[in-house]
Design a protein around this ligand. Structure first.
Ligand code: ATP
Ligand code: MG
Length: 558
């Protein structure tokens, strides 16, 4: 059921019904409306998939519209990152890139119209006074003393606000709705404020800016949005949304529909907190591979298809969702298992000399790039006298169940020979520093019957190795709900101080010399990695380990 294209959710049902009944001429149009005050995160991806997905399924348009009504916090850098993220997720707004600021003049003209209709007034209370007069739940607020100004006077004052005659914060334009409404959003909300902040798009053209609720509703109406999909925190704002689109007499008014935010355990998705992580240098940048930002996930190696499949499986609902990170990682592995070629990298090398292998002998083994996808072709693996294996694959005094290398034990080098540990050189602390082995020539003979040995380890020929810096990323937080801390406690205590370990002396198989930034691999027995950059060393970021605890748990239950 859940593997199908997501047809069934309640929003898609509304869209289908509206098409069928010919509402708004049967037209469908959506939008994704980010505020450019930070990078997008994994939760935004849910909204992007939903809005662009519905448009795609209905051969309709989806606008990418920046709700840039708060110039103090908005930046060009964020605008560019958001565009990049939406495209990377696989969506295309075509011609339909807009900014709420594109509509500032229209939005302003509508405000004049509201004044003329007696639906808005210029108020001279300051922010504090407005808050006080708003009242408390269960008790009505008090009307502003400026509420019944004649329209002509309001219009004159509003024009002078625009012209810059009044200081910041000294006046507002307010909607005249109902100071006794049980819904606080309707208690004469502010529509415009005076604020002399230069705007990234309009510069110093404006010194008054529309408030989010008003600008958002009007932008939807101006664009011709049919279904204005947003998250649940806007549910209480819907009456104001409806008031706005009705007040301006919008034809085929858009319908606001709310759904639950998507949250994921071990991640924070508050922009304020993400900003704090960047500013206090807990992470290197907004796109640090540990960040739950889309740019961070991309740098971490997460495929866009995995992110889409994840949100598709979760679906869209009204009840709040915190999804286990294991399910997300499951989708990442699922996608990478199918699509990522295999390679061998030894993260923490220990040297092995195969003493009965001549120094000048090189045999080239052929290995598939993918075990189940022959179309990916093969790679050549050089077998030589000197190789390395991972330190963790050798023990001086191994227990019985340790099916890797130890003194006197045998192991197969993947795609290579069976080797036997003959002796070990240790340091003063008794730790192994070099291992000397013999090999079984039969084990390399394709025509010979093959002996089974319990252990197979990954390895790399020292002479052909590509130097690798393996960045072993881990979860950024130690607890499932990092933002959920008792009053007075600092959420930052949940930061995982070991979220990055750098293995700078890793060695990769020779075929990795052709790898390019962005290439993803399953490093056999190690994990899924993406190439971050090439150069003197191949820098590889660990996306996720190999173990799929989610799939395991599912299998147990099923
Ligand atoms: P803020 O408004 O505090 O800056 P925000 O996360 O709401 O933060 P917006 O830029 O306003 O950021 O979000 C753009 C769109 O993405 C909105 O329609 C919002 O409802 C939606 N969205 C934000 N967070 C999530 C989430 N976790 N899951 C689904 N949709 C989300
Ligand atoms: Mg928001």
């Amino acid at each position: 059921m859940s593997n199908e294209a997501p047809k069934g959710d309640f929003i898609r049902q509304i869209v289908q019904e509206d098409r069928a009944s010919g509402k708004r001429g049967g037209r469908v149009q959506t939008r994704f409306p980010p505020e450019p005050n930070g990078f997008l995160h994994i939760g935004h991806a849910k909204s992007i998939c939903l809005n662009f997905g519905i448009a795609r399924e209905n051969q309709a348009r989806c606008f990418l519209r920046f709700d840039d009504t708060n110039p103090a916090t908005e930046e060009e850098l964020f605008i560019r990152s958001i565009e990049e993220d939406v495209q990377w997720l696989g969506f295309d707004w075509g011609e339909d890139l807009r900014f709420a600021s594109d509509y500032f003049e229209q939005i302003y003209q509508y405000a004049e119209m509201l004044i003329e209709k007696g639906l808005a007034y210029v108020c001279e209370l300051d922010a504090e006074q407005i808050r006080e007069a708003r009242g408390v739940p269960g008790r009505p607020g008090t009307n502003s003393p400026w509420r019944d100004r004649p329209a002509a006077e309001n219009l004159d004052l509003f024009r002078r606000m625009r012209a810059g005659e009044f200081p910041d914060g000294s006046r507002t334009l307010r909607a005249k709705i109902d100071m006794a409404s049980p819904n606080f959003n309707l208690r004469d909300p502010v529509l415009y404020r005076i604020k002399r902040d230069p705007h990234p798009k309009t510069g110093t053209k404006w010194c008054i800016y529309p408030m989010y609720d008003y600008a958002h509703a009007l932008s939807d109406a101006i664009e011709g949005t049919t279904h204005s999909i947003c998250t649940l925190e806007f549910e209480d704002h819907r009456p104001l949304y409806d008031w706005c689109v009705e007040a301006i007499g919008a034809k085929d008014a858009p319908q606001q529909i709310e759904f639950a935010r998507g949250e994921v355990t071990f991640m924070v998705t508050s922009k304020r907190k993400l900003k704090e992580l960047v500013e206090t240098k807990v992470v290197a940048s907004w796109d640090d591979p540990r960040m739950p930002t889309i740019a961070g996930l991309r740098k971490r190696g997460v495929p866009a298809a995995a992110l889409r499949a994840f949100w598709e499986q979760i679906g869209v609902a009204k009840n709040a969702q915190t999804i286990e990170i294991e399910l997300f990682e499951h989708h990442v592995r699922d996608e990478l298992d199918r699509t990522a070629p295999r390679a061998m990298v030894v993260v923490d090398p220990i040297k092995i000399t195969i003493e009965d292998w001549p120094a000048d002998r090189v045999e080239w083994a052929t290995a598939p790039r993918h075990p189940n996808d022959p179309s990916m072709g093969t790679r050549k693996i050089p077998i030589t006298r000197e190789v390395v294996i991972d330190r963790a694959d050798f023990m001086m005094d191994p227990p019985k169940k340790f099916f890797r290398l130890g003194p006197g034990r045998e192991v197969r080098l993947r795609y290579g020979p069976i080797i036997k540990c003959e002796r070990v050189v240790t340091n003063d602390a008794g730790e192994p520093v070099e291992i000397f082995c013999s090999h079984d020539p039969q084990s390399l003979d394709p025509n010979a019957e093959q002996r089974k040995v319990k252990g197979v380890v990954h390895w790399v020929s020292t002479g052909h190795a590509v130097p690798v810096e393996a960045r072993l990323y881990d979860r950024l937080f130690t607890t499932a709900e990092p933002a959920n801390v008792p009053e007075g406690e600092d959420w930052r205590k949940n930061i995982n101080t070991k979220s990055l370990e750098v293995a700078s002396g890793a060695l990769g198989e020779s075929s990795l010399k052709d790898a390019r930034a962005g290439d993803r691999f399953q490093l056999e027995r190690v994990g899924y990695f993406v190439v971050d950059s090439t150069g003197d060393k191949l820098v590889m970021n660990r996306t996720v380990g190999l173990r799929d605890s989610y799939a395991k748990a599912q299998n147990k239950e099923g």
